[in-house]
Design a protein around this ligand. Structure first.
Ligand code: C2E
Ligand code: CA
Ligand code: CA
Length: 686
């Protein structure tokens, strides 16, 4: 997983519904604010409408009064009185010259303008208190000047009344009147006439329809806000549930119901990158349940998964607080362990493997561990590529993959080199075949009793233009792994058959040459036919070709093997068992397979001279072969004593450095020529 992706996933893991909650709070607050603003707006709208009506009336009264003063016509007061408004009119000295309606003034009194108590002032108006000396009631009076709109005036009055008039004797101020469920707030408006002033009693009245209007607007808004908030709340809950579900899917392993690889990967990265963990030594481990698939095949997926759960739980029991585990894939687990000493770490893993191997009462399981060590660092590990480390641990584990046994392998640079080599071989193999870079060498086999050439083995050599001289041990196992070995086997059989045919045509005294056929190849059902066709195609008699099978191949598919060997023999080829005694015991196979030649593995002869037990095994093997009508070939014989011993025991052929190393065809021809001349010599003798 790339660094960038890791960041993205880390973010996801740490993500929460904070944003949704923030949106919920923000929108709720915004809704409430909007309600307040709207309420204020509705109120202001109401006030303004009322105020403008009052101010308009006063203005028209003043206009009418002034017109009458100028013209002397009409009865303006009578007109005013008819309108049933509360007002009084003063002359320029403040004497009340007319009064009407519900007010506290009467004609005997006058208004002392200077006595209007100033209670407050805004940028436009003076707000004054008109004190009714008779009743002691203070009336707020608004001095309207024509330039300023009544709207602003009333708003200012309300403000000032609230702020300042309330400081005075509350009880003496007419602030609100409640009548028949309606709320009204009376105030006086005053405007100058030509010769005095008109005081007009206005009032801010909120009646039921006004209230209904405000309530309607506010409740509509409130319902809207509640709907939005509830929707958001539901969204937050749904988001939260979704997020939990997504996290579960992403970070939880379905089989073990515990941490999966992604979770392990992220937590391991975070742990290793923590400043305080920089000086600690860690190991990334790839632990594999060997043959898990086989277990599932023989039992069931459910039983297999139960074993994986038990495995996970057992691993967890072994972990310290600051160690991690995650289920990677079917049979693989990732572990992050702390360690001080490598041997102690190995013992610890071994102990875990031992315990894991018996988690099931009826089966013994195998577990293999690959380990990549992360040394302590003197400074903070800024970015740790857990993926790469785990990959190394897996690569180390893969070195054990050839066996089913439990084991532990540590990663080292050689594994990388090996893999690089495998890649290079893979890259060059096809071109090498086309360019005829594969050369056939022949290693003669001699009869130890007569010292005469009696056979040979064809062995491949790779003279690569790019890789130099490569010995078979360095590429044959790779070809076996990647399947290219089948092409090589065909190539070798054809090459040897063509050589044999050419030598026959040259009149050389040819002996059977054995060719190795790989185990991977041997499972092909029509292999015998393929070989027959190749050899026949080259015009070579089948008796001159022997097919070598390696001992371990006998375990793969016995039925196919039996059939192929039977056919090969029927077609006239000899079949030998290579490397007998090198690995698995194949005595049983000897019983079943009609083989012609038994090739005793070189391992038998390494210390044969001073080991009588070894001698016993070899002589018994030779006897066994003889009893089964098989010839014996001893491989890897380098010493004279070994030759003597084998001759004495009746071994038919020896293939070893004592007689000859593998050699190019030309050199091998001279061996055949020598044999021929010896034959002729002995023929002459007899
Ligand atoms: P192998 O089939 O067991 O071949 C015998 C190996 O033992 C050869 O190694 C040979 O050089 C070596 N040898 C023979 N006598 C002695 C001796 O006295 N001392 C020592 N130290 N070694 C001796 P080589 O040629 O390196 O081949 C190694 C293996 O590679 C072969 O083991 C065989 O398994 C495989 N191989 C070689 N050529 C082919 C081939 O054409 N096809 C296939 N499938 N495998 C091949
Ligand atoms: Ca061989
Ligand atoms: Ca061999």
């Amino acid at each position: 997983m790339a660094k960038y992706n890791r960041k993205k996933i880390t973010k996801l893991r740490k993500s929460h519904i904070g944003l949704s909650i923030f949106a919920l709070i923000a929108i709720s607050t915004l809704g409430v604010l909007m309600m307040l603003i709207l309420a204020d707006f509705a109120l202001t709208f109401l006030i303004n409408t009322k105020a403008e009506t009052d101010a308009g009336r006063l203005k028209s009264m003043v206009d009418a009064y002034d017109t009458q003063v100028k013209t002397g016509d009409g009865d303006v007061f009578g007109l005013f009185d008819m309108q049933e408004v509360d007002y009084f009119v003063t002359d320029d000295t403040g004497n009340i010259i007319h009064s009407n309606g519900e007010n506290t003034c009467d004609m005997t009194r006058s208004v002392d303008y200077s006595d209007l108590t100033v209670v407050g002032q805004d940028s436009y108006h003076q707000i004054k208190i008109y004190s009714d000396r008779n009743s002691g009631i203070l009336n707020p009076v608004l001095i309207i000047s024509s330039e300023v709109s009544a709207r602003q005036t009333i708003s200012s009055l309300l403000e000032i009344m609230n702020d300042e008039i309330t400081d005075k004797d509350e009880s003496s101020i007419v602030k609100y009147e409640i009548d028949n469920g309606m709320v009204s707030m009376p105030y006086w408006m005053c405007s100058n006439t030509i010769d005095g002033k008109i005081f007009y009693k206005g009032g801010l009245t909120v009646n039921s329809s006004d209230l209904a209007f405000i309530v309607l607007i506010l409740s509509t808004l409130a319902i809207l806000v509640v709907i939005i908030v509830v929707a958001l709340f539901i969204n937050v809950i749904v988001n939260f549930v979704d997020q939990q579900r997504m996290k579960k899917l992403l970070f939880m392993d379905n089989v073990t119901q515990n941490h999966n690889w992604i979770r392990f990967y992220l937590e391991a990265g975070e742990l290793l990158e923590k400043r305080k963990n920089a000086n600690k030594k860690y190991a990334v481990v790839n632990l594999v349940f060997v043959k898990y698939r086989n277990f599932v095949l023989c039992h069931s997926v459910a039983e297999g998964e139960m074993e994986l759960r038990k495995t996970y739980n057992k691993i967890r029991e072994h972990l310290d607080r600051k160690e991690l585990c995650g289920h990677d894939n079917s049979s693989s687990f990732a572990l992050l362990l702390m360690y001080d000493d490598i041997n102690a770490l190995r013992d610890r893993i071994q102990k875990l493997i031992d315990e894991l191997s018996c988690i099931n009462d009826h089966h013994t399981f195998g577990f293999q561990a690959g380990v990549e060590l992360i040394p302590a660092s003197h400074r903070r590990r800024v970015y740790v590529d857990v993926d790469a480390l785990y990959n190394n641990a897996c690569a180390a584990r893969m070195t054990l993959a050839g066996t089913d046994e439990s084991g532990i392998a540590f990663f080292d640079q050689k594994i990388v080199e090996d893999h690089k080599w495998i890649d290079r071989v893979h890259e060059h193999q096809q071109k090498a075949l086309e360019n005829k870079e594969f050369v056939v060498y022949y290693q003669p086999k001699y009869d130890p009793r007569t010292n005469k050439l009696s056979g040979a083995e064809a062995l491949i050599r790779w003279k690569s233009a790019d890789l130099g001289f490569v010995s078979p041990g360095d590429f044959i196992p790779i070809f076996e792994e990647n399947g290219f070995i089948t092409e090589i086997d065909h190539y070798m059989i054809e090459h040897v058959a063509l050589d044999q045919k050419a030598w026959l045509d040259q009149g050389l005294s040819c002996v059977p040459v054995s060719v190795n056929v790989s185990r991977a190849h041997f499972i092909e059902e029509d292999l015998a036919d393929q070989i027959r066709d190749i050899v026949a195609g080259a015009g070579c008699p089948p008796e001159l070709i022997e097919i070598e099978l390696t001992e371990s191949a006998f375990f793969d598919n016995k039925a196919v093997m039996l059939r192929t060997i039977g056919l090969l023999k029927e077609y006239g080829f000899a079949v030998s068992m290579d490397d007998f005694g090198s690995g698995y015991s194949s005595l049983n196979s000897l019983k079943d397979l009609p083989l012609d030649v038994l090739k005793l593995d070189a391992g038998f002869f390494r210390d044969i001279t001073d080991d009588s037990r070894g001698e016993i095994v070899v002589s018994e093997a030779i006897r066994l072969a003889k009893n089964l009508n098989m010839k014996t070939v001893a491989e890897g014989v380098e010493e004279r004593e070994q030759v003597d011993f084998l001759a004495k025991e009746g071994c038919d052929m020896i293939q070893g450095y004592y007689y000859a190393k593998p050699m190019p065809g030309e050199e091998y021809i001279s061996r055949m020529e020598k044999r021929e001349s010896e034959d002729e010599g002995s023929g002459e003798d007899t």
